[in-house]
Ligand binder design. Structure first.
Ligand code: NI
Length: 170
């Protein structure tokens, strides 16, 4: 947070990149970064690449058996459509805002669409944590970090103080 590259509106992934080794190398780099930092998702602008590309996914975690899982997905040129006006508050963190969490309102249900690294279409209707992760990552493509979405800044702080432990940054 504070790096001007995180405030840009990212460019669409050009069709010429679909199926290319260059795009696959970028995705591999993003997957490695996300795994190394134990994140739930990552957007290309977070590693300095100004393209509309996000990856996300949460596997089963024995420490949090009741936590929702999200299928590992890579999505280029996403389009998000809320399915209802309802907003839900939930805690978020971000690899670009390390060590902090904030309570952020997000649409509870939405449809997202886009294409994968080969240009094949992806479309899903999701809710809850899955919908939250997608909205957080796609915000990065429009230069928006989650602190700008927080309505009550008393609900923003250091993870250690809020939750009494050092949770991973999402
Ligand atoms: Ni983030």
């Amino acid at each position: 947070m504070g790096d001007a590259r995180l405030l840009r509106v990212a460019e669409p992934v050009p069709e010429a990149l679909f199926g290319s080794a260059e795009l696959q190398a970028l995705i591999t780099d993003m997957q490695d970064t996300m795994a190394a930092l134990d994140g739930a998702g990552l957007a290309a602008p977070q590693i300095g690449v100004n393209l509309r590309l996000v990856i996300f996914g949460v596997g089963a975690n024995p420490r949090y058996p009741d936590a929702e899982t999200v299928p590992f997905t890579m999505l280029c040129n996403p389009v998000l459509t809320p399915l209802a006006p309802d907003l839900e508050d939930g805690w978020e963190g971000c690899l670009s805002v390390p060590g902090m969490r904030g309570l952020v309102p997000r649409f509870a249900r939405l449809r997202y669409s886009g294409v994968d690294q080969r240009g094949q279409p992806i479309a899903r209707e999701v809710s809850g944590f899955h919908a939250r992760v997608v909205q957080h990552e796609c915000d990065h493509l429009d230069g928006i970090l989650y602190p700008r979405r927080i309505r009550d800044l008393s609900q923003f702080g250091f993870t250690r103080e809020l939750f009494g432990e050092d949770l991973a940054d999402d």
